[in-house]
Design a protein around this ligand. Structure first.
Ligand code: FAD
Length: 510
């Protein structure tokens, strides 16, 4: 293997580069490296000489430069609090009593000074600007996440009120796209949740109907029809007709028990219009959206809508729409393969975020209570295996199709998974700065991984939730509850916060 490194004019310059770990763009020297390509051949390529990455992820010195000293101490205490099972299990009760004893105002202040401050960017676009600037200074790109979601499948709230709320949420997502464009520039990302745009009970019904369809390809190209004629409801009529036709063909029992009412069909149509409006704003501002994955009783419908959006909007070399694949589900590999094949057939960019999945406890409880097969993999190892196989599948597709027709985001705090992705990138000859593979973590978590990756030239993102405290409180609490496993494992995050704080105080480092 031929390696020509250090094209620096003087030896001392080389050492300095190495030690202070400049970001790659600041380094002008070039190395020639032989890398095996996926076909097993050796290929010689010229590429920038990236700063060293410790794949054991112990470079905490680079991790917290964006945090103020006091925030490091807060991070340490928040991690301590979140590792106490009693607090996480009883957070709703504690919040209730906290409100009653302290009053709403003081309670909000306490939250803002602790968990909210650590895991959330702020309450408004104005509040998150300094946070974004600090992240970007260290080459970590924010994914703005205006946090609104709903899981109330039994809601009977008045239709007008609900429609207004969903229209407001659409406007908020569009504002989020504009904010991302204005502060971060084009080619950045925001996240959306479909449950913020339609009544959960209707989405759940659509999910059930879609689940009964063997071949989704018989369904109409939703956004093509909608963009031909936005004013008529013919998209939904065509969708309903094909669903009914397909159900009759497949002779599924489900079809007779799940029929949409006229109002529900109108709601589905409104949802399509809202999604279309959001996607049009994406195209206008050159910002992409990540369609988050949610519970299995919504996820088929969410995946279908995300795929339909991709089919229309991911055509012109920019992946405006990313879907999400939850690798804790037994069926994920099958879905991912199906969607990769669809993208290839209809020639659009396949863009995906891979996650393990955030609703494990709820999914397992529902399966137990309703006596159906648990949709979650039997254990953590199987989930990890599923994650890695799904990643492999996307990598294979970069060879099969042209590489710029595929994008994958490794959204995980798991060091093994990140190491796995890095190794595969080398195997498939994907350079670090490439947009084909990117990495993402949540704001306030695993900074020692994210900032190390960004420092060494990998495309790195942080989900940056923002919004009013009341709206974000359930999100925050759910995160703590569902991610209990991580918080117990969060010893490293906690230790590094304290170590970085001590370094600041006693060694006066940055
Ligand atoms: C940027 C980003 C975006 C995200 N977006 C979404 C999203 O859209 N939808 C969503 O659902 N989640 C989302 N998540 C959350 C994600 O799904 C995980 O809950 C979280 O990241 C923890 O997984 P991990 O790989 O980071 O960490 P790890 O600690 O390695 O993994 C913990 C996860 O492993 C799985 N697991 C744990 N024990 C078992 C078991 N016994 N059997 C099977 N599986 C098990 C669970 O999924 C658990 O959350 C996102 C996470 C990130 C970082």
């Amino acid at each position: 293997m031929l390696k020509i490194k250090h094209f620096c004019p003087t030896k001392s310059t080389i050492c300095l580069c190495r030690r202070i770990q400049f970001f790659p763009t600041a380094i002008s020297h070039v190395s020639t490296t032989s890398i095996p390509n996926p076909n097993g051949n050796q290929k010689q390529e010229t590429r920038p000489d990236y700063p060293f990455l410790d794949t054991k992820f112990n470079q905490y010195q680079i991790a917290y430069r964006y945090r103020h000293t006091i925030e490091l101490l807060r991070g340490y205490f928040v991690y301590r609090l979140f590792s106490i099972n009693f607090l996480v299990n009883n957070q709703n009760k504690i919040a209730y009593w906290g409100r009653r004893i302290l009053g709403e105002k003081v309670f909000h202040k306490v939250l803002k000074l602790t968990a909210f401050g650590h895991f959330v960017g702020g309450e408004s676009p104005q509040e998150i600007i300094p946070v974004i600037n600090r992240l970007q200074k260290y080459h970590v790109h924010p994914i703005l996440d205006y946090s609104v979601e709903s899981d109330d499948t039994n809601s009977t709230a008045s239709s007008d009120h609900v429609q207004r709320m969903h229209d407001d949420n659409t406007a908020k997502f569009i504002e989020c796209i504009k904010t991302s464009h204005d502060i971060c520039g084009a080619n950045n990302l925001i996240a959306i949740k479909v449950t913020a745009l339609i009544r959960p009970s209707v989405l759940k019904k659509l999910n059930t109907v879609l689940q009964s369809i063997n071949n989704r390809e018989v369904l109409p190209a939703l956004f093509e029809i909608i963009n031909q004629d936005e004013t008529s409801g013919k998209t939904v009529t065509r969708l309903q007709q094909s669903l009914q036709l397909q159900n009759t063909t497949d002779q599924k029992e489900i079809s007779s028990s799940v029929r949409f009412t006229t109002d529900e069909l109108k709601e589905i149509y409104q949802l399509l219009l809202r999604l279309n409006k959001i996607a049009q704003a994406c195209a206008q501002y050159k910002i992409s959206i990540m369609v988050d994955a949610e519970q299995t009783y919504f996820q088929n419908a969410i995946n279908y809508l995300a795929t339909e959006l991709q089919r229309y909007y991911n055509k012109n070399n920019i992946p405006f729409i990313y879907g999400t694949y939850q690798c804790y589900l037994k069926e994920t590999l099958i879905c991912l393969k199906r969607d990769l094949a669809l993208a290839e057939k209809y020639n659009y960019i396949f863009a995906a975020k891979l996650v393990r999945g955030a609703y494990m406890e709820q999914e397992r409880r529902l399966a137990r209570e309703n006596s159906y097969e648990d949709p979650i993999n039997a254990n953590f190892e199987t989930t990890t295996q599923m994650y890695h196989v799904c990643f492999d599948e996307v990598m294979k597709s970069t060879v099969k199709r042209s590489p710029n027709q595929v994008r994958v985001m490794v959204a995980s705090h798991n060091e093994d998974t990140i190491r796995y992705a890095i190794t595969k990138m080398k195997d498939y000859d994907i350079r670090r700065g490439s947009s084909i593979v990117s990495f993402a973590s949540l704001y306030g978590m695993s900074d020692y991984v994210a900032f190390a990756l960004a420092n060494s030239g990998y495309k790195t993102y942080k989900y940056l939730p923002y919004g009013p405290i009341e709206a974000l409180q359930p999100y925050l609490f759910r995160r703590a509850q569902e991610n209990r496993a991580i918080f117990q494992k969060a010893d490293k995050d906690r230790r590094f916060h304290l170590q970085a704080f001590k370094d600041r105080i006693f060694k006066s480092t940055n």
